[in-house]
Structures are given as C-alpha cells and as structure tokens.
Design a protein around this ligand. Structure first.
Ligand code: IPE
Ligand code: IPE
Ligand code: MG
Length: 244
C-alpha cells in the first residue's frame, strides 16, 4: 500500500480483544495478553517506520482492576516482564516511553521500573510512545481540576481565569498534539473511559480484528481510512476547500 496522503501525527489505540483471541483457541486469557505484546512491538515499529510522531496505547484501564485477581496478576507479571525485555530495544530505536495513569496504585517494584524506563528514554526523539496504565479519562480530568484548585487555594490562580486552555494544560499528554486517529480493535464501538478530553476531535476507526492479530497491514488500513476523512473542526466543507 502506498503511504497515505495525510498521516496522523498522533495515533491512539484501544488494544482490545486479547481475551477473546485466547478463548477462541481454548487457551487462558493470559495467553492472549502475551500475544498482544507482539502486536505492540509490531505497531511501535510500524509507526516509527511511517513517521508517526506519537503513539498512545491503552494497556490497562482504571476499571480493569475489576477483573478476576488471577488475570490482573498475570497482566502485572506481563508488564514487569515487558519492562525488562523491551526498554533497551525501545531506547536503541530512540523511542521516548511514558506511562500515563495513576501509577501510585502499582506495586513499588513495578512503579520503580516504569519511572526508570521513563528517565532512561526521556531524551529520545524518534517516536513518543505513551502507555496508559491504570488510566481513566475521568480520572485525568479530575486530577487536572484538583491541580487547578490547589493553585487557586495557594493564591497562584484566580478561579475566574480557569478556562479550557488552563484545564487542558494540566491533563496527561498536554505537551503533545491531541490524537488525530483513535483505533479500537476487537469490534466494540466505545471509548471505555480512554482519553475523554483529548479525543474530542479525533477520527474514530473501529475494526473487528482482535488485538493480537493487529499488524502493520492492519495499521495501514486504518491510516488509509484516516487519509480519506475530512476534518472540519466545526467549519463547513466548502470553507475547508476554499482554504486549501
Ligand atoms: C484488552 O483485551 C486488554 C486489556 C483490557 C488489558 P481484553 O482482555 O479486554 O480482551 P477481550 O475484550 O476480553 O477479548
Ligand atoms: C478497554 O478495554 C481497556 C483497554 C484496552 C486497556 P476493555 O475490554 O476493558 O473495555 P470494556 O470493558 O469492554 O469496555
Ligand atoms: Mg475487552
């Protein structure tokens, strides 16, 4: 497939369908999560090769703690293992890794490794890779509001000055362009409390492909669909064509 005419700067992905992938094979769900790790690797590489600047992956939502303890435990093991096995290669490829979410909920050993990986890759420039763990869009907005409230109490901010711009500046990923394209694999058509604020004008792309089967070809199909979208941001199509 040729490179699409318009490439998103920021791609966000809800990596869904690991459990069903495993269940179809009569294997434990944890095996689906392990297979999903391969798809993560393939997607990171494909985004780098295509010149996408930012990739944000939803790996564990604030609601995923509700899953059976055994599955949550297997996911934590997998995260620990992935941090040990992947970070050097990401660093070698100049990927800047960042974790977003309420990291304080994780075991100290896991949290320490996340912070170390962020420090190690902080100056890399080829691709900004954000991994959302214990992340919820509502949590993100609430923590931004809390930060502003604390500034106001300290006397550093007049509440009448609080506007979209000020709130947005306190959200996760505030220093990056917002997602242009949201991909959700696994066939569900919902946001599941991912980047609620940041996705306001993202183009949405849903595919039935289960996450472990998502590869460079599947990414290209999403990028191709994106390149045919008209992003109007409230304007009319005629206005956009007049500006072009
Ligand atoms: C996504 O796959 C991974 C996580 C939410 C951690 P699922 O585990 O939700 O897979 P399905 O949706 O049950 O198939
Ligand atoms: C969303 O998937 C969260 C992640 C992919 C990490 P879920 O499988 O948890 O979403 P729901 O529960 O089906 O909405
Ligand atoms: Mg799911």
């Amino acid at each position: 497939m040729n490179a699409p005419a318009t490439l998103p700067r920021h791609v966000a992905i809800i990596m869904d369908g690991n459990g069903r992938w495993a269940e179809r094979r009569h294997r434990p769900r944890s095996m689906g999560h392990r297979a999903g790790q391969k798809a993560v690797r393939a997607s990171v590489r494909a985004c780098r090769e295509r010149g996408i600047a930012v990739l944000t992956l939803f790996a564990f939502s604030s609601e995923n703690w509700r899953r059976p303890q055994e599955e949550v435990g297997a996911l934590m093991e997998l995260f620990l293992h992935a941090l040990d096995s992947e970070v050097e290669e990401l660093h070698g490829n100049s990927v800047r890794l960042r974790f977003i979410g309420a990291l304080e909920a994780f075991a100290p050993s896991l949290r320490e490794r996340m912070l170390a990986a962020m420090r190690r890759t902080a100056d890399n420039t080829a691709l900004a890779l954000n991994v959302a763990v214990n992340y919820g869009g509502r949590w993100d907005i609430a923590q931004a509001a809390r930060t502003l409230a604390l500034e106001a109490v300290r006397g550093d901010l007049d509440p009448v000055d609080i506007d979209e711009h000020r709130l947005a500046a306190q959200l996760c990923l505030a220093d990056l362009p917002p997602p242009d394209l949201l991909i959700r694999t696994g066939g569900e058509h919902r946001i599941s409390n991912f980047l609620l604020w940041q996705l306001a004008y993202a183009e949405l792309y849903f595919t039935d492909t289960l996450w472990p089967d998502f590869d460079a070809h599947a990414l290209d199909a999403a990028l191709d669909a994106y390149s045919h979208r008209e992003r109007r941001f409230g304007r009319t199509g005629t206005q956009l064509r007049a500006r072009a």
